[in-house]
Ligand binder design. Structure first.
Ligand code: ZN
Length: 344
């Protein structure tokens, strides 16, 4: 049984605040095909990455137990592998919606079964206990190293402290890039390392460059990356809840005075027009159909002022008066049209 090895690539897009992951067979042909196809990548928003990471790290004790079981099993020898492999499978199934749980489970299964396969092959062909044991020690060492790399990458708070003010570290990492370039094509992908440390460091850098920090959304109660002026995360249900509560605040704000004043102005002009055209229904319909559109730009600006908690200023009153004048001109035009039609 030959195992097809796979490769995981990632691409961080700061503008879209998203990360694309591609997992495919590890051959140039497959990589090119998968990276350039439009629907192969799994894309996650920065907030999703943040939440999945938090979720994974919250359950890290479960994962650490697995690592402990594996380390113990490796040190004992090659007995009882199935128990550990089953435990990894169970962990993966239980957390199948978590990118990190799935990724690490795959890595563990890969190395663990590769190691076992090699040991068994060697033992089977050479039937030499000394060589077998020697090779087992190598396998033991490399597996133990991978396990501890993963453990350290996930455990080190420094990797996830995006706005760290703590002591400065210098980390030297080799970065593996895949570049795909052709007509209308220029892509750079990073190869994910086993421990994902490169990814964590790249992600942290992207977060820092965006100038965002970890905040808690008051609507879904989850962490998200936002700026000082953000009021909620980017989930559509939270955004609409936020807009609703702002609307509510809007109704109770001083801004409501401006709104009422304009609506009052429309009412006054409507009454004036009604008298002037003797309640002509066609004229009144025209007025009613368009009157609110003069208020719309005023309302739009009001909402903007309200969002930024900005007091009413000249910029606002200029627009307000300009829209009043437009409404007034419209009303006079309707009166003139009506007079012309009736030869008055
Ligand atoms: Zn939210």
């Amino acid at each position: 049984m030959t195992e097809i090895s796979t490769i995981t690539l990632y691409q961080i897009d700061r503008n879209r605040k998203s990360v694309a992951f591609v997992n495919c067979p590890d051959s140039d042909e497959d990589i090119q095909k998968s990276c350039t196809a439009s629907n192969t990548a799994m894309t996650y928003s920065f907030d999703e990455i943040l939440n999945q990471l938090e979720n994974f790290r919250d359950n890290f004790f479960e994962f650490e137990n697995l690592l402990d079981g594996m380390t113990e099993n490796i040190s004992k020898g090659r007995e009882d592998n199935d128990t550990v492999l089953n435990a990894v499978e169970n962990f993966r199934t239980a957390h199948s919606d978590n990118l990190f749980a799935v990724y690490y489970s795959k890595i563990l299964l890969k190395y663990y079964s590769q190691g076992r396969q090699k040991i068994n092959t060697l033992l089977g062909t050479l039937r030499n206990a000394t060589t077998g044991n020697h090779y087992t020690q190598q396998q033991k060492d490399s597996l133990t190293e991978i396990l501890s790399e993963i453990r350290n990458a996930v455990n080190d708070e420094w990797n996830f402290d995006f706005n760290t003010k703590k002591d400065t570290h210098l980390i030297r990492r080799t970065s593996n890039l895949i570049i795909i370039r052709g007509e209308n094509l220029n892509q750079v992908w990073n190869i994910a390392d086993d421990s994902l440390l490169n990814f964590y460091l790249d992600f942290s850098y992207a977060v820092k460059r965006l100038g965002v920090s970890v905040l808690r959304c008051p609507y879904c109660n989850k962490h998200y990356l936002g700026t000082e002026t953000s009021s909620c995360c980017e989930k559509s249900e939270c955004k609409s809840a936020c807009a609703k509560s702002k609307r509510h605040a809007y109704e109770n704000q001083t801004y409501v005075h401006e709104r009422k004043a304009f609506k009052g102005y429309i009412r006054t002009k409507r009454n004036f027009l009604k008298n002037a055209v003797h309640g002509d229904s066609e004229t009144m319909q025209k007025f009613n159909g368009k009157a609110d559109s003069f208020y719309a730009p005023v309302d739009e600006l009001l909402v903007e002022y309200m969002d930024e908690n900005k007091p009413i200023d000249k910029n606002f009153t200029d627009l307000y008066q300009q829209q009043e004048k437009k409404l007034l001109a419209f009303m006079h035009q309707l009166i003139a049209d009506w007079k012309e039609k009736h030869n008055i």
